[in-house]
Design a protein around this ligand. Structure first.
Ligand code: B12
Ligand code: SF4
Length: 227
């Protein structure tokens, strides 16, 4: 009887390949994070206690599963985080439209195809490539569809730094991108977060029309018109 020897996986080489495959699939950046969100959990609970989520009941619904990936998907060890840019390069007259009271302005993030579908499909393709390479592994893909701390995980995976408006920012594309994740049980090497580059700038806080950013990194979503 022939006994199959378990495959030995070089996880460092695999992480490099995952990043290459991700870019081939159309993601602008791919990084890997561990699942320790302890500090973020405290801040999330504080945000909820202050009722900043307003009517978004789903933000409070899942207890600490949002900040504890392995409680949401048992066995999760790492999160592969991806970035997909949405600012359409062809749209150039945004400010003209905003200044013209007779025209409607559609948020740039709503101009493309449904990003939930696009991102999830690409993440599934990424999972298939990993499966071909390592055989069976456990995973789940997400984008804005489950109790997941997407910005915090992407920050940990070095996809950018946290802006004072709370979104993730990159040097080459600002915050004009969506995030998605692949939770996995593969013990991949993790990336180091990037340092922050906002400095003394407060532009987003000053320009917000409803003053929803009540302090750096603190958004009272009840004041947000995008709800
Ligand atoms: C709820 C939600 C909203 C709510 C509330 C926003 C919010 N900031 O919470 C509303 C409806 C207002 C909203 C609006 C938008 N959203 Co939204 N939203 C989400 C969602 C579902 C959860 C966000 C969350 O966890 N909030 C909880 C609070 C506690 O998080 P937080 O405000 O970020 O607070 C953290 C930090 O502030 C930090 N913090 C606190 N103090 C300090 C101090 C320091 C020094 C530091 C470093 C950090 C720090 O701690 C907290 C915990 O980590 C995510 C998807 C997901 N599942 O993650 C998308 C998501 C954040 N949204 C996204 C987008 C694109 C938008 C909009 C641009 C859409 C639009 N054009 O209208 C706006 C931007 C508004 C804004 N400035 O945030 C993207 C952001 C991508 C990116 N580049 O970061 C996400 C990730 C969806 C996705 N998959 O791409 N959103
Ligand atoms: S503080 Fe300045 S650089 Fe930082 S997110 Fe706000 S506008 Fe952007």
């Amino acid at each position: 009887m022939q006994i199959e020897t378990p495959q030995i996986v070089d996880y460092t080489a695999l992480a490099t390949k995952i990043k290459e495959w991700g870019r081939e699939l159309g993601f602008q950046a791919v990084g890997i994070a561990d699942i320790n969100l302890h500090d973020a959990e405290e801040r999330l609970l504080d945000w909820l206690a202050r009722d900043f989520h307003g009517e978004m009941d789903y933000m409070a619904k899942h207890g600490v599963k949002r900040s504890r990936p392995a409680e949401l998907i048992p066995g999760t060890l790492r999160v592969i985080s991806v970035r997909m840019d949405y600012y359409p390069p062809t749209v150039k007259d945004g400010w003209k439209v905003i200044e013209d009271g007779s025209r409607a302005f559609i948020s740039r993030y709503a101009l493309g195809r449904d990003y939930h579908k696009v991102l999830r499909k690409r993440l599934e393709k990424l999972a298939q490539k990993i499966r071909i390479e390592v055989g069976g592994f456990s995973y789940r893909v997400f984008t804005d569809s489950a109790p997941v701390m997407e910005v915090e995980l992407a920050y940990k995976a070095r996809l950018g730094w946290r802006g004072k408006h709370t979104l993730l920012l990159s040097r080459d594309h600002g915050s004009w991108f969506f995030l998605g994740e692949l939770y996995t049980d593969l013990p991949l090497p993790i990336d180091e977060p990037e340092s922050e580059h906002c400095g003394t700038c407060m532009a987003c806080i000053q320009v917000c029309p409803t003053q929803a950013i009540i302090a750096p990194y603190k958004l009272d979503a009840r004041r947000c018109i995008s709800i």
